[in-house]
Every structure is written in C-alpha cells, then in structure tokens.
Design a protein around this ligand. Structure first.
Ligand code: ATP
Length: 233
C-alpha cells in the first residue's frame, strides 16, 4: 500500500501582485521504509515539497495523504500533533541548541513525543556514545549532523525528512552521514526523504523525484541500489 501520496498538489505564494507557483500540480507515491531523493536546481520547489510533507506548510490545492490520513486540510492542532509524532527533521545547518550538550539536544525530542526512543541509545547508534556530554561547538560539522540525526530518530517518527543534510560537509564526511541516513531506512524501517542538489546521491535511492520549475519532471525508480561507497561524488 502507498505510504505517501501527493495528488495534484499546488503551493502558491503571493508577493505583491505576482504569484509564485513553488509547487505546481505534483503527483507521486512513495512506499513505507524506502530511501528517497528529491533532486533539482535552486528554486525548483524541493524545500517547499518537504515543508508540505512535514506539515510545516499547507498546499493551496490538492491532497497529501500519509499513512492513510489526509494531512492537507488538517487543523493547526492536528498538524502540530502530526509533526510531533510522525516526522523527524534533519537540516543542512544541524539546528542544535548551542548551550545544551549532545545528549540534552537529543533528549529534547523525548520530551515532546509520546513514544520516544532512548536518547543515549540513539547517540550510540550514530557513533557518538563517547561524546554525549560535549556541546555542539566542541563537535565537528559531521558529528553535529550525527547528533541531529540522533535527535530526529529519538522522536521515533515514521518519516525522516532531510534538507540538504550533507550541504555543509566535506565529501568524505558527507558520505558517512549519508550512509548513516540510509541505514536508518534499512534497519529501522523509516521512510526517508532527502532533498539535495547532488545528483550522484540518486543512485542510492529507491525513488528519485526530479523537480524543475515546481513540477516533477521525472520519477526515477531504482531496483539495484548502490552503496554510498560506490558513488562517484
Ligand atoms: N515563503 C515563501 N514566500 C514566497 N516565495 C517562496 C516562499 N518559499 C519559497 N518560495 C519560492 O518558491 C520557489 C521554490 O522555492 P524552494 O525553496 O522550494 O526551492 P528549492 O528547490 O528548495 O531551492 P534551493 O535548492 O535553492 O533551496 C522559489 O522561487 C522561492 O523563491
């Protein structure tokens, strides 16, 4: 059964008298537990798509269905609940709280979710078992991104949304972070969606949504997924 469905979804923004169609009538379906990539140039509508799926924005028209529930048209109250319980976010610049340790940053997730996973376990899972008491400023960029992945996982969400998760990292660290995100989908059965400019990442995804000018120009389905180590960056 389809886990995520977008049906004729549009998102317009009005600026003065002009209308920008950030997302312009898109249709796609994604399956549970898969690793997916949204690819496109700057301004193509990738972040808008991610925000719509994450319940941070609502479509101007069309339907978004997640796990058999329509989230387009949900009340603010229900959307807040959806964001809290179903969605983990990983951002390009980590968004960690600077005056909290790695552990405390991950524990934040525990406080807002009904069925969180153990923060210490999640930090161990991302290879930071020995760095739990460090503040973000004491960690490298790749380590900070791993804390943010642990924080997203600690919410125990169905879906993990990643907006340019390797954008601020060098290529080797980026590979390690991507391998970790892929493992999350493989081992924990999470549905992962990664927004990126980096076309080479698409070879490790089940589904690639190629976006251009707010539209999905092509949906690419891969049967033989490459490991991140096989990808030419
Ligand atoms: N809140 C907003 N108000 C007005 N216009 C917006 C808003 N959000 C996005 N847009 C516009 O919608 C279009 C798509 O933006 P979006 O951020 O989704 O693209 P993107 O593919 O993620 O780009 P990038 O890779 O540069 O982040 C752009 O023209 C952008 O300026």
């Amino acid at each position: 059964m389809d886990f995520i469905t977008f049906e004729n979804v549009e998102r317009e923004y009005c600026i003065g008298s002009s209308v920008i169609k950030a997302v312009d009538g898109i249709n796609f379906k994604l399956q549970k537990g898969t690793f997916n990539v949204v690819l496109g140039q700057s301004g193509a509508g990738k972040t808008t798509l991610l925000n719509l799926l994450g319940g941070m924005d609502s479509p101007t028209s069309g339907r978004i269905i997640v796990n058999s529930k329509e989230i387009s048209g949900m009340s603010e109250y229900d959307l807040t609940e959806y964001r809290r319980t179903q969605i983990g976010f990983v951002f390009q610049f980590y968004n960690l709280v600077p005056n909290l340790t790695a552990l405390e940053n991950v524990q934040l997730a525990e406080e807002i979710c009904p069925e969180p996973l153990d923060a210490r376990d999640m930090l161990k899972r991302v290879g930071l078992g020995s760095r739990m008491d460090n503040f973000p400023s004491q960690l490298s960029g790749g380590e900070q991104q791993r804390v943010s992945i642990a924080r997203a996982l600690a919410k125990n969400p169905q879906i993990v949304l990643c907006d340019e998760p390797t954008g601020a990292l060098d290529s080797e660290t980026g590979r390690k972070v991507l391998r970790l995100i892929r493992e999350v989908s493989d081992d924990l059965g999470k549905t992962v969606i990664v927004v990126t400019h980096n076309a080479s990442i698409s070879e490790m995804a089940h589904t690639v949504l190629h976006m251009r000018d707010g539209k999905i120009a092509r949906v690419q389905c891969n049967d033989n997924l490459k490991d991140v180590g096989e990808i030419v960056w």
